[in-house]
Design a protein around this ligand. Sequence first.
Ligand code: SF4
Ligand code: SF4
Length: 440
Amino acid sequence: MVDLVSTTKETGLVGAGGAGFPTHIKLSSPAGTLIINSAECEPGLAKDLAILSERADQVLSSALMVAKNIGAKRIVLAIKEKHSKLLKILQETISVKKEFQAIELFLLPDIYPIGDEFLLVEAVTGRRVPQGGLPPQVGSLVHNVETLYNINRAVNKQTPITKILTVLGEIRSPGVYEVPLGISFGDIIAQLGGVSCENPRLVADGLMMGKPVSEQGVVEKTTSSLFVLPRHNRSVMRMSFNQEQVKRQGRSACEQCRLCTDLCPRYLLGYDIEPHRVMQAWCYSLLETPPLTMVFNCCECGICEQFACPMDLSPRKVCAILKEELRSLGVGAESSSPPQAINTFRQDRMVPTERLLSRLGLNDYKIDDLNIKKLIAERVSIPLQGAFGEQAKPTVRVGDSVKGGQILATPADDGLGVAVHSSIAGKVWKIDHRVHISAG
Ligand code: SF4
Ligand code: SF4
């Protein structure tokens, strides 16, 4: 049997769904249920659907290996019921191989953020993860589609050095693309024929949970999408505010209406998070009331900011800022207490994705073609720092020739970092917080 933990560690795999947690650590937790997260939660994204449409066999084979590794008896592929064409493909793929028949298709409603691990585990198993806890504490492990696809590649001796992205918006050729890690967003735009509006703004990883980026930004192991949007898009403008602006706006305009709390998906599921109280405390520096460790129950889904708040304020950003501040003071999530009762109004307050798409100004930008097209790069700049742990230590020097898939840096000794590999063959011409390589 393949040693999945060592293989994923050597190939530097991290969760491709966004958080970027090292895969080898996640694979070390035993769990009775493995959930393949195919919710494709962030509005506008289609890359997991494309992977399932083209490469379901690899994803399902990988799920079987992972299930064996963690001792899972139940394997669930959770996907939205609305994807009827893809569901047919999956049913056919499952019916062809006897071993795939152990995999159950679980149909999800089209609400946001159903792909959040806490909401997903509750939907599939009926169990709720403890506050400040993780899914294995209630016997579940959740893996994103692309992570499973990458595990399959790693097991088959193909170090995952490409990333699959949704490219959407004011761009000549939107679609789903497989690109080398470290390619710049500007290079992607140029290869796709350029933009179709003046002075657009670029956003990586979606409008709900993503961030503004520039053309010089590069594709990392966790990058899921590149949106090219008009400057005047309100959601993009809101996500560009800095900490000072967020505080000033909160002080002057938060009317404590508590809509952000009443629509917060984690609050509705019984978790101790009330963004209206977080706003009050942070904007007025009342940092002891309420206990601010409640921000660790926020999954940064963005409902409060991009959908609920009538004053265009940013409770999500405030939660994220506070999490960082608390962590820098050595304060983490409080111990695993059970959530409170599920809110009586939860069913009526869940947000349909269609309404969200319209609110975000994304209605005109849907992707129907799920074929994955490949892009190449003449230059890449590969980050040494992952989402967790310390920066990896370079094992190459300026002037070295490298091959695609060759190791460039080994993880620091903190146990959370991961190895870094080259995504193209070429020459290293600079090393800073990235390893810069030119093809040839
Ligand atoms: S919804 Fe907006 S205005 Fe209302 S309490 Fe929350 S942050 Fe304040
Ligand atoms: S981002 Fe806002 S709505 Fe989402 S979990 Fe955090 S506080 Fe709740």
